[in-house]
Design a binder for this molecule. Structure first.
Ligand SMILES: [Zn+2]
Length: 430
């Protein structure tokens, strides 16, 4: 009940919130917020207290990343929680499928990253309420009528049950359930809104196209994985509407789609700096500073996601920085030596383009660099042989451009199952 009251409090606060409408004022506003936030969290976070003493101002702090963050977890968090204890509690909760894991009054959860690299998130009652209020207001959109929300998750959370009200009916769909069960449940529920990861949305779209289910959602929100243009267009075609995205990770709720379908950073809760990766300043790693989260303060934290900048202004008029698309992660950039023995980086978008532009005969694909000079192509196609020839030619052209001439290309005609794991169409596993 306490959580519900707090959600209402934040809803009312957020609805009244005034965010500057020009860039210069926004920067000043963010700066003020960060300073105040840092002053508060430094009292309980030895890590940030030390930095503040040493560097004076947040913008002079050296950039941190996941590795540094996890190494210093115990002194970064403001509840004195030890990393080992947090892992233990969160893992137990997941194994027993009881997702109300707490240490004291703090909720502990695991992010859905790959094993060995999973992040921990800590959230106080206040932070949970803030998050729910923000999502209700900015993602689901406030409406004075009852809506049914189908929420596909790897793990249920008491967050969603707390958000249930006369206006929002949340229904949790367990990703561990079989797809047949989930589709049947979806058909019976007839949701107004669907929130799910792209790999699940694709399955729903395929079932709808094949006539196995018949639903009329008014809003579709893609979460948790990169929504690729390839999948985006299938969803758009099937449901005939703008497909929304919520770009969220353990480190924060970073961006959401506006009514024109553009992803904008949530610059009213997080400050974004850019570490450009190429000379043309097209792609970058975001460096984030969140000025709302206090259990696990995030200040100048570089993500390894690769973002493609959208330079032209969005017709919605928002001054929040726009994202053209999320290309993937630094770990998924292919690394292959050329004829001179130099290591060449091939960004995921180039691989993607080499497939999509080569042929229209590919329904689905996954490409994986499995060795220093080995790439496997999983192609789902009703004309596999033709698709294989076209993709081979196109990829060889790409590799030749980089003077790579002895790379082994392997083709397989089935796509490995990815229901529970994150769908990554382009990945490097070596
Ligand atoms: Zn926009």
């Amino acid at each position: 009940m306490l959580l519900k009251l707090k959600i209402l409090k934040y809803l009312s606060r957020y609805r009244k919130k005034q965010v500057p409408d020009n860039e210069e004022a926004l920067i000043k506003w963010q700066n003020k917020k960060i300073k105040r936030h840092l002053k508060r969290v430094a009292k309980k976070s030895p890590f940030y207290a030390e930095r503040l003493k040493k560097y004076g101002s947040w913008d002079k702090f050296p950039v941190i990343n996941k590795e540094i963050f996890m190494e210093n977890f115990d002194s970064i968090n403001t509840h004195g929680i030890k990393k080992e204890d947090a892992y233990k509690v969160a893992t137990q909760a997941e194994e027993s499928r009881d997702f109300s894991s707490m240490i004291g009054k703090v909720t502990v959860g695991l992010s859905s990253g790959t094993s060995g690299n999973r992040g921990i998130f800590l959230a106080s009652v206040d932070e949970r309420a803030q998050w729910v209020a923000y999502v209700l207001l900015h993602v689901l959109g406030w409406q004075w009528k009852q809506r049914k929300v189908a929420f596909f998750l790897r793990a249920n959370s008491n967050l969603y049950s707390a958000a249930k009200s006369k206006l929002i009916d949340f229904n949790f769909f367990d990703l561990k359930d079989s797809i047949t069960n989930n589709l049947e449940k979806l058909q019976n529920y007839q949701p107004d809104v669907i929130v799910a990861q792209p790999s699940m949305l694709i399955q729903i779209a395929k079932a709808q196209k094949a006539g196995r289910i018949k639903i009329q959602p008014k809003k579709i929100i893609s979460v948790a994985e990169v929504l690729e243009a390839f999948d985006h267009s299938l969803l758009k075609r099937t449901f005939n509407q703008v497909i929304h995205q919520a770009y969220q990770c353990t480190e924060g709720f970073l961006a959401k789609t506006c009514e024109y379908g553009t992803l904008h950073f949530n610059e009213d809760i997080v400050k974004i700096e850019k570490n450009y990766l190429d000379d043309s300043q097209e792609r970058y790693h975001p460096i984030i500073t969140d000025f709302t989260r206090s259990s696990q303060p995030i200040i100048r934290y570089e993500l390894n996601d690769i973002i493609i900048d959208k330079k032209e202004p969005c017709p919605c008029g928002s001054i929040f920085q726009a994202i053209d698309h999320i290309e993937g992660r630094a770990d998924d950039v292919f690394l292959i030596k050329n004829a001179k023995g130099e290591e060449i980086q091939i960004f995921p978008d180039f691989i993607r383009r080499a497939i999509i532009l080569a042929t229209t005969k590919v329904q689905e694909y996954i490409v994986e660099q499995t060795g220093p000079k080995e790439i496997i192509f999983y192609l789902d196609s009703n004309d596999f042989d033709t698709a294989k020839i076209a993709v081979t030619e196109s990829v060889l052209d790409l590799l030749e451009h980089y003077h790579i001439n002895d790379c082994k290309l392997i083709f397989k005609d089935t796509i490995p199952a990815t229901t529970m794991n994150k769908l990554r169409r382009i990945k490097r596993s070596c």
